[in-house]
Design a protein around this ligand. Sequence first.
Ligand SMILES: [Mg+2]
Length: 407
Amino acid sequence: MSRPQIAHLDMDTFFVSVERVLDPRLLGRPVVIGADPRGRGVLCATSYEARKFGVHAAMPVAWARHRLPPETAWLRPTPEAYSAYSTAIHELLRQDLPAVHQTSIDEFDLDLSGCETLLGDLHDYGQRIQKTVRKEFGLPSTFGLSTNRLVSKIAVGTAKPYGSIEIPAGHEASFLAPLPVERLPGVGKTTRKRLLELGIHTVGDLAACSLQTLQTALGSNGILLNERARGIDRAPRPDAFSPRRRSSISRDVTLPRDSEDPTLLRTHLSQLVESGCQELRTLRCTARTITVRIRYSDFITRSRSSTRASTDIDLEIFDTSRTLLENLIDRRVRIRLIGIRLSNLQSRDEGLLDFQDSWSCWKRVLHATDRITQRHGPRTVRFGRSLIGESRPDPCDLFSPPKRSPQ
Ligand SMILES: [Mg+2]
């Protein structure tokens, strides 16, 4: 059996690139996308021209405002456009390939194992995909190929933007060795600090460190990270013939003013749940894990999760989220941001059978309200609890920023 060949395709500055397709006057200018520039939200995307000024996704707009030049274009997100382009790219990839696994709105894993006869040289094939996506949609991307997803994804990070890279079989560890250790998934701020204390700066240092030292310092995670540092990926290969599937749906909002008013916090939470559940149902998915995140006014951030029977019903998710929020608040400090994350997603067919259960009436109501909001715009029909209090956040603020790219 031939060895696995797993490619990773990641769109470059996806949100900014879509905005530039829609308005070519943005080409060549610093572009930032996010909350109201006069408000307190955060950026959700930045162009490379803007990053030269030290701004990045997830940075508060107030900080970015002082760094960016006057010619910067400040845009509000247009999530519908990003979703539409994402779906179109996914459909294009699936025309050629059976095993396409979408891992985020702008990232795709492609299992090309055994496809050389059909597709020719796989690196050349990847470059042809990049050209096709650029020609069809005007969107740039970076392509990486190796024997596993972990290495391909990290390789893409080193080849951005507009690049392509192949790591031949047997060269995974030597490719990773000189990279800073935080390039490995699973190395966050805390782990990085622990590793630096051990004198581990690069992935190669981590690969060379004894398992006993790592286990003492980091427990079983130390063993896992050592494997990753040697280019070993234990994660299963992308599902062949998998349907389009997101791994999670996130929403968050920076409050207009820091608050500890429980009614107001619940109102915001309800709005986030409504928005998240609508997307969940649009994707024909249900979620098993619900995570609520808060950030206090001193920027300390806390989160708490609960895994339960899979659902796409606002009321069930709101009840769990409310309990999580109540258990989460353990300080008498005002709250600046609330977020939710719906993960452990299952396609509706496998997760929730449409039996005549106690929720069947609500499902009909939600189906009807989803159709109304799709036709007449978000927030045409609302839950009453989403309207209590003074909260009137901008719909754009409900669109949460992606994780910051390593670039
Ligand atoms: Mg990307």
